[in-house]
Write a protein that binds this ligand. Sequence first.
Ligand SMILES: NC(=O)c1ccc[n+]([C@@H]2O[C@H](COP(=O)([O-])OP(=O)(O)OC[C@H]3O[C@@H](n4cnc5c(N)ncnc54)[C@H](OP(=O)(O)O)[C@@H]3O)[C@@H](O)[C@H]2O)c1
Length: 232
Amino acid sequence: MTAVITGATQGIGKAIAERFAQAGFDLFITARSNADLIALKNEWEPRFKIKVFMKVADFGKKSDVVLFAEYIKSNTKSVDVLVNNVGQYMVGNLFENPADKLVEQLNVNLMSAHYLTSALMPVFQAQKKGHIFTLGSLLSVRLRESAANYTISKHALRTWHQLLFEYAREHKVKATMVLPSSTITASWGDQPNEEEFIQPEHVAEAIFDCYNLSGAAVVDEISIKTISKKLE
Ligand SMILES: NC(=O)c1ccc[n+]([C@@H]2O[C@H](COP(=O)([O-])OP(=O)(O)OC[C@H]3O[C@@H](n4cnc5c(N)ncnc54)[C@H](OP(=O)(O)O)[C@@H]3O)[C@@H](O)[C@H]2O)c1
């Protein structure tokens, strides 16, 4: 079994990759830091008795995403799970950042998922099975004016997922959108109330359980919130 996880060296992506590794999946992982990728490969291959394929890529660049897809296809004939996890958070209201920053945000948060999924879609179609997870956010369904570009990109990503869901089901391929609220990762810095946040492992477990749902059932969307309302 093979899982592809983007942005797999930190936070939610790392927890998801580790969950599938624990279950014996071979992994294809990517991030911008080569050192982080090598460290995980060296840790996980002996620990979980799996193969970890890794490739550096900047998901803000189409050419890097396409090369990652080619790397996957040249090393495996089947892909069971794809997790479109890469995402960057950008603060600023609608006109606070230079206009190009919206393009940057759309490239990393939306277009990278489209480029990678479209490159792997022929593999899924040929298999007539597979599961594609995409990390949205609570801000895929809410507005945060102080993070306008991020909000736009995550809303667009949800619409993209909804169209993917309809396309994929025609080929017996499952697609699930995950909408976490505040999840404690390095991007939050030090927080005195870490235990009030969602932990990356919670998101990973929800995805893994959803993947294991048997037969014809498919979860379209998972919304994960914190019990603490002030963190939304
Ligand atoms: N944390 C939250 O509260 C939260 C809430 C809702 C949704 N989400 C979503 O969940 C996903 C993961 O978030 P996270 O908080 O776990 O992120 P994170 O801790 O910042 O980790 C991001 C991962 O993606 C990689 N990455 C970042 N930018 C990249 C780029 N341009 N090209 C390639 N790799 C890149 C990072 O490695 P390198 O730096 O080495 O590239 C790292 O492995 C994102 O889509 C995010 O929007 C997060």
